[in-house]
Design a protein around this ligand. Structure first.
Ligand SMILES: [Ca+2]
Ligand SMILES: [Ca+2]
Length: 128
């Protein structure tokens, strides 16, 4: 199932509503949240879904920085990031899609803040 989520700068998180077009029965479901440019994360505890109503699920933390959407945050993402970030001169290989993917804090700029965030997330990942 897919749907649209929106970033809420006040809460610092994403929220949205996902419609389900299939017939579900009440019960526990394994749900994994995936947002482009973030690592997927399962919702803990297999929440009980009740058909025919809005079911709120607990928030989950998502790790930013999966710029190339390969399920990992590593040096390959940093390589793409450098196409849009250079502290000494203008970016030379950045298009709108890359800029959106490398603006990790969604402030419209690709700058030192995004660089720090990406390097921190890369350091936190287990080495392959
Ligand atoms: Ca990646
Ligand atoms: Ca940014």
């Amino acid at each position: 199932m897919t749907g649209t989520v929106h970033f809420d700068p006040i809460s610092g998180g994403f929220s949205g509503t996902i419609g389900v077009n299939e017939v579900l029965v009440k019960g526990p479901y394994a749900i994994t949240v995936h947002v482009d440019q973030y690592l997927s994360n399962p919702i803990p505890g297999n929440p009980i879904i009740i058909p025919g109503q809005t079911n709120e699920i607990f928030p989950v933390d998502l790790v930013a920085g999966d710029i190339n959407n390969d399920g990992k945050v590593n040096i390959r993402d940093y390589s793409v990031f450098l196409d849009c970030y250079n502290s000494f001169r203008a970016a030379t290989n950045c298009d709108a899609a890359k800029k959106a993917a490398t603006d990790l804090n969604d402030d419209g700029l690709v700058n030192d803040l995004d660089n720090s965030l990406l390097l921190r997330e890369i350091r936190k990942q287990k080495h392959e």
